[in-house]
Ligand binder design. Structure first.
Ligand code: SF4
Length: 62
């Protein structure tokens, strides 16, 4: 879970969590890879998003 929480992204299947060696966790949007309309690192917390799709399973541990 990113700190602070990323809002909608935290339950979205397009979120990828990026951990740093300092212990911070950033919320990356994978949709940004294929659609420039989505920022790679959206301003959080995200309250609404046209690309949101609910994640059905837990993200793989990173
Ligand atoms: S598609 Fe939207 S809700 Fe999903 S990770 Fe990207 S910015 Fe967040």
């Amino acid at each position: 879970m990113p700190n602070p929480p990323a809002g909608l992204c935290d339950s979205c299947r397009h979120q990828k969590l990026i951990g740093t060696t300092r212990g911070s966790v950033f919320s990356m949007c994978l949709r940004a890879r294929t659609d420039p309309a989505f920022p790679k690192y959206p301003r959080i917390p995200v309250g609404s998003c046209p690309g949101y799709e609910r994640r059905l399973s837990s993200p793989p541990a990173s």
